[in-house]
Design a protein around this ligand. Structure first.
Ligand SMILES: [Zn+2]
Ligand SMILES: [Zn+2]
Length: 345
């Protein structure tokens, strides 16, 4: 099979082709696993963090990609859940131990033995992949393969972030950064909390315009002062400045959720501007969101199908993965980038 493989950690400002095309054997599913013929795989900001070593894969080479949609091609001996030909999705959670206190409390995202798809196990930048049947999801019929892909990470983790904010209907929500995840969060927030107003902060004019089209009540640049205090915020950016700016305009008792697997160091000194009395006093909270649980993925797919969400997507061929990654790095974003195995170039 063809796969786009990461052989070594590198900086994307020096290396414009971090992934190399490789011819590999089709993997054989274990007893509880299914073999999946990949049809679409979303491109996530986490891939940049893996390539550049902020969350490095434990073993190289590895196949990246954790927003996978495909068809079941073969079944392990002890599988029961799916049939050959079923359409399924695979998300960032590839497996967890199932025994520890976190797993037993449905907080498997915090399991010490958490295995991430496309980092700790081979992912979907390839023609085939395998996964345990317990970590695969039926995809609602309303979505095309490429539409469903970004729902599996950007959507599911975005949904988890929204849940963690504790937003109540009528309260204001601030979204910082407006990439693949935030545009799905905005759509879900408008559906679940119809009386809440959503304020979007983005560095680019195109993203601000897109946010207004999707129903934000206000859109501004990072440093802009919002017209009202915000009760909750979700930060999806790799930088620090918006964190300080957001805390300053957060309502008393408000909560800011950081949905980023790693922050970059370039503007870290901005944190020194943090003023305890203005920015943290009065029970303001900061919380990160780590990984995702199967329940998040299942619930989000259900809500997304109910609305139904039509994710804005940009398609690339498998061999174009490097271009997709570079464009993501350069923030050429409108909606979500998806590798579609049917696209040739
Ligand atoms: Zn992701
Ligand atoms: Zn566990």
């Amino acid at each position: 099979m063809k796969a786009m493989v990461l052989n070594r950690i590198c900086s994307l400002s020096e290396q414009t082709e971090p992934l190399k095309l490789a011819e590999m054997p089709v993997p054989t599913p274990g007893d509880k696993e299914i073999l999946v013929k990949v049809s679409a795989c979303g491109v996530c900001h986490t891939e940049l963090d893996e390539i550049e070593g902020r969350t490095p894969p434990p073993k190289l080479p590895v196949i990246l990609g954790h927003q996978i949609v495909g068809k079941v091609e073969a079944l392990g001996k002890k599988t029961r859940k799916f049939r050959i030909g079923d359409r399924i999705g695979i998300a960032w959670i590839n497996s967890a131990c199932g025994k520890c206190s976190f797993c037993r409390e449905s907080r498997e995202n915090l399991c010490e033995d958490f295995v991430a798809t496309g980092r700790d196990a081979n992912g979907g930048y390839a023609e085939y992949t395998t996964v345990s049947e317990d970590f695969a999801y039926a995809i609602p019929a309303v979505f095309s393969d490429a539409e469903a892909a970004p729902l599996l990470c950007a959507g599911a983790v975005g949904y988890r972030s929204l849940r963690l904010t504790g937003l109540k209907n009528g309260q204001n929500l601030r979204l910082i950064g407006f990439g693949a995840s935030a545009h799905l969060v905005l759509t879900v927030a408008r559906h679940k909390y119809p009386e809440s107003r959503v304020f979007v902060f983005s560095r680019t004019e195109g993203e601000r315009k897109f946010a207004m089209e999707l129903g934000a009540c206000w859109a501004g640049d990072f440093g802009d002062v919002p017209p009202e205090k915000l009760h909750c915020a979700i930060d999806t950016t790799p930088v620090w400045r918006p964190l300080v700016d957001t805390l300053r305009h957060l309502e008393r008792g408000g909560r800011m959720v950081i949905n980023a697997i790693r922050k970059e160091d370039a503007d870290k000194e901005y944190l020194l501007k943090l003023d305890y009395s203005h920015d943290l006093w009065m029970e303001k909270e900061i919380r990160s969101v780590a990984n995702v649980t199967r329940k998040d993925v299942e619930e989000f797919l259900r809500i997304a199908a109910e609305i139904p969400i039509r994710p804005e997507i940009q398609l690339y061929g498998l061999l174009d993965a490097n271009r997709a990654i570079l464009e993501l790095k350069q923030r050429k974003i409108r909606g979500a980038k998806v590798l579609n195995m049917g696209v040739t170039h």
